[in-house]
Design a protein around this ligand. Sequence first.
Ligand code: SF4
Length: 400
Amino acid sequence: MNVTANSVYDRQKPIGNGESGVTPGGNSGSFRDVLSKNHARRGKPPVHFADMTPEERVETTKQLGMPKFRVQQLANHYFGHFSNDVSSFTDFPADKRDEAQREFFPNLITEVTSQVADEGTTIKTLWELFDGTHIESVLMRYPNRATLCISSQVGCGMGCPFCATGQLGLTRNLSTAEILEQVRVAAKAMAEGRVAGGPGRLSNVVFMGEGEPMGNYKSVLAAVRQISAMPPNGFGISARNITVSTVGVVPGIKKLTNEGIPLRLALSLHAPNDTLRDELVPMNRRFNSAAVLDAAHEYYLASHRRVSIEYALMRGINDQAEHAHQLARRLNHYGDDWVHVNPIPLNPIEGSKWTASKPEDERQFLEILHQSGITATLRDTRGSDIDGACGQLAAKNINA
Ligand code: SF4
């Protein structure tokens, strides 16, 4: 669903190509070109420790004239202690620290601003990347867990009309390390007690920030593997606590199914039929709701993980009783207990015709799902006062 940083020629490549991402509408010309005008001039982010294979790390270490056990030390600091500041690695030779800093840990994300809400337990951070583009991540601490919502692309090419990020279009994919750095910084903040509630552990990661994760499949998967591997190979956050969301890129869902990693899949459905979904989620014109639900159900069968169905409730558009009944029918078609529906009260974006549902319609929607035997929870809109809720993660007007 995305056009990547590579070139417009990517749109000629087959769907599901992890390198290229995907574009809604493909070659049909039915979707606007979401490439930013100057993206071709952007280079690739500097290569970072987290982008390298084990062999590449050893090779770089050798080139710096160091034995390969130094790689293990760097990994311990980075993944075990969330540090990328080589000058503080006292077990590392002092005369090699500058070089190691440069070769392994170039600075990839720089905090621009942080907004705090919910009495210090929700923190939305705006990051500047090496090329001057921006992304956001949101850390939400609850009594029993701390969840980080991260971005996988700069902007998003899916063009969902109700979504702030969608209005920006896609600028480029993030590298694996740019994704991982968002996690490292949040894990460090938690460990050091810089989030209200004292020291704690980052326990959950959700790919629900900017971007369509399936459009940056290769980097997202490489990040997932390193988020979930135990230190010193990764941050040790269980794959079961990682959620990858999609608007329904079927080849991506199938690929993920075959990986055999027990991630949670979240499908942003937002509509119970194709007529409505074609409008709300343009990707539906490429992979319709039947194909998407089939793929999600196959994911459930293979992973034994219940699939989350995300459904942003929009006043008078998709939030009426008929929509709830139709959604229940379509989900029950596949059997019981395979999904968990999260109706999300929409956070209206400025100047948009899409508005949040009335509370009584939200209640009715939820009740109909429950009466139809569907597990459903009205999703928390934490962070909405700082534009940090789902679909609102837009680095507004600042990406070139
Ligand atoms: S809702 Fe998700 S997929 Fe759609 S434009 Fe927004 S970020 Fe992209």
